[in-house]
Ligand binder design. Structure first.
Ligand SMILES: *Cc1c(COP(=O)(O)O)cnc(C)c1O
Length: 436
C-alpha cells in the first residue's frame, strides 16, 4: 500500500537525495535509511527536551532518543554546559585526564558489579574488546550468543542460527569469513535445554556466553529472572565466562543496569549509549582480576586514540551525575508505566491485539497478545502494521525508531502531559494500523 505524506518533508527528501551521492544508501548507519518504513528519513536539525525538529520545521515528540543514549532528553543544559566548559581547553590530548578519573570513579563507586572499567568509543568496540578479554582470560575461542540479541557489528557476532537446537553461526553479513562465523554458536533465548546442550558439547572450547540481559534490539524480549540466574549458574559450573551486553540496558533500567535489577553478577559487562551522555563512549568492566588481563597490565591488547577524550568524558560525567540522584529511575519507571498503561487500556477497549512490553523506561509496540520471549515468536507480518503506524505517527508529530523491531525510550524530559498527548496520537494511529 502506498502511504502518502500530508506534511511537508521536501527538505529532508532533497537532503536524502544528496546524501545518496556521498554515502552508501544515503546514510552512515543502515537503519537510518527508513527501509522498513515509508518515505525519506528525517534530517533533524535541532533537539530540545523530548522534541526534535526536522529541516522542514516539523516538530516531533521523540521516542527514539538517538537510539537510547538520551535518557535526559535532547540538548540537556547540564551536559551542554559541561561540554562547552571542557571543550574550551581542547578536545583531545591522547593522555590521561582528570575528567576520565572522575567518570571512572563515579561509575565504579556506584556499581556493585564491576571493580575496574576501560573506556572505548562505541558499543561495538566495547563488545569486541570484551570478547577478546574473555578469550584471553580463558584461553578458549568459541563464543555462544542468543538469536535475537544484537551486539554491534562485531565480525563473529553478526551471525544467526542455522537449523537445530545448538548450531554454528551463519554470518548475516557479507565479508565475514566462514571460519569466524564458525567460532560462534547460536542458541534461542529463554531455552534452558539449549544452554545445557551447548555447554555439555562445547564448554571445553567456549570462552564466553554473551547475552543482552534485557534483549532490546529485536523487539523487547524480556527474559525471566530465573533463566538469567540459570545461565549464571551454568556458566560457573562449566567454567565459561558470562558477558552481559548492557549497551542498551546499562544506566537505563537503573544505574547498575540489568545486573542491578536482577541482582546477577556477570563476569564482564559492556556499556555504551547512555554512558557518554550523547557523545561517543563505550566501556567494559569486570573484577580487578579479570581486568588485570588488559594491556598494559596484562597480555590482552586493546587501545584507542580518542578513548576517554575529555569532551566525551565531561558529557558522560554530567549525565551520570544526574542519574545517580535519588529517585531518578523510580520516576522514569513510574512515568513509563503510566504511559504504557494508557496505551494498553486503549488497545483493550478496542480489542486490538497490541501489547506494550516494558521495563524501566523502555517500551515496545508488539502486535500480539502473547508474551514474546524469543526472536522466532515475532510475526514478520505484523511489521506491515508497524509501517502504517510509523507513517501515521510522523504525520501527527510523534517519532518512533523506523522499524517495528526497535524499542522506544522515554526520557526524563518527557512530561506527563507529553506522554498523554503521545498516547492519544498513538491510539489514533493504531486505529489506522489495525483497520488499514
Ligand atoms: C547499540 C548496541 C550495541 C552497539 O553499540 P554501537 O555504539 O552502535 O556500536 C551493542 N550492543 C547492544 C546491546 C546495543 O544495544
Amino acid at each position: 500500500m502506498e502511504l502518502k505524506n500530508k506534511i511537508k518533508r521536501e527538505k529532508s527528501a532533497a537532503l536524502f537525495a544528496e546524501a545518496k551521492e556521498y554515502f552508501p544508501g544515503g546514510v552512515n548507519s543502515p537503519v537510518r535509511a527508513f527501509k522498513s518504513v515509508s518515505g525519506p528519513p528525517l534530517f533533524i536539525k535541532h533537539g530540545e527536551g523530548c522534541r526534535i525538529t526536522d529541516e522542514d520545521d516539523n516538530v516531533y515528540l521523540d521516542f527514539c532518543c538517538s537510539w537510547g543514549p538520551l535518557i535526559l532528553g535532547h540538548n540537556n543544559n547540564h551536559i551542554r554546559e559541561s561540554v562547552i566548559k571542557t571543550i574550551a581547553h581542547g578536545t583531545s590530548f591522547g593522555t590521561p585526564t582528570k575528567l576520565g578519573n572522575e567518570l571512572g570513579k563515579l561509575i565504579v563507586d556506584n556499581n556493585r558489579f564491576i571493580e575496574k572499567i576501560r573506556f572505548v568509543s562505541s558499543g561495538t568496540e566495547a563488545v569486541m574488546s570484551a570478547i577478546r578479554l574473555a578469550r584471553g582470560v580463558t584461553g578458549k575461542s568459541k563464543v555462544v550468543k542468543f538469536e535475537g540479541c544484537y551486539h554491534g557489528h562485531v565480525d563473529s557476532l553478526l551471525v544467526k542460527a542455522g537449523s537445530g537446537l545448538v548450531t554454528f553461526g551463519e554470518s548475516t553479513s557479507a565479508g565475514i569469513p566462514e571460519s569466524f562465523a564458525k567460532e560462534t554458536l547460536v542458541i534461542p533465548l529463554n531455552d534452558r535445554e539449549a544452554v545445557e546442550e551447548v555447554l555439555k558439547q562445547y564448554a571445553h572450547e567456549t570462552a564466553c556466553i554473551i547475552i543482552e540481559p534485557i534483549p532490546a534490539n529485536n523487539g523487547l524480549l524480556l527474559q525471566d529472572k530465573d533463566f538469567l540466574v540459570f545461565l549464571r549458574e551454568k556458566c560457573s559450573e562449566y567454567g565459561v565466562l558470562l558477558i552481559f551486553d548492557e549497551v542498551i540496558s546499562g544506566f537505563r533500567v537503573g544505574f547498575e543496569g540489568a545486573a542491578g535489577v536482577y541482582d546477577i553478577q556477570p563476569d564482564i559487562i559492556t556499556y555504551g549509549k547512555i554512558i557518554g551522555g550523547g557523545m561517543p563512549v563505550g566501556a567494559y568492566g569486570a573484577s580487578k582480576e579479570i581486568m588485570s588481563h588488559i594491556a598494559p597490565e596484562g597480555a590482552v591488547y586493546q587501545a584507542g586514540t580518542l578513548s576517554a577524550n575529555p569532551v566525551a568524558m565531561s558529557a558522560g560525567f554530567a549525565a551520570c551525575e544526574m542519574l545517580v540522584r535519588d529517585g531518578f529511575y523510580e520516576t522514569m519507571e513510574r512515568k513509563t508505566k503510566y504511559f504504557v498503561g494508557l496505551l494498553e487500556a486503549f488497545c483493550h477497549i478496542h480489542n486490538y491485539e497490541v501489547t506494550f512490553p516494558t521495563i524501566g523506561s523502555i517500551f515496545w509496540v508488539a502486535f500480539s497478545n502473547k508474551r514474546i520471549q524469543a526472536a522466532d515468536e515475532i510475526d514478520p507480518e505484523s511489521m506491515e502494521k508497524f509501517k502504517i503506524l510509523h507513517h501515521e505517527l510522523l504525520q501527527r508529530g510523534v517519532y518512533l525508531g523506523p522499524s517495528g523491531y526497535e524499542v522506544g525510550f522515554v526520557s526524563s524530559a518527557h512530561t506527563i502531559e507529553d506522554l498523554e498527548v503521545a498516547a492519544r496520537i498513538i491510539g489514533e494511529c493504531l486505529h489506522l494500523a489495525n483497520n488499514g
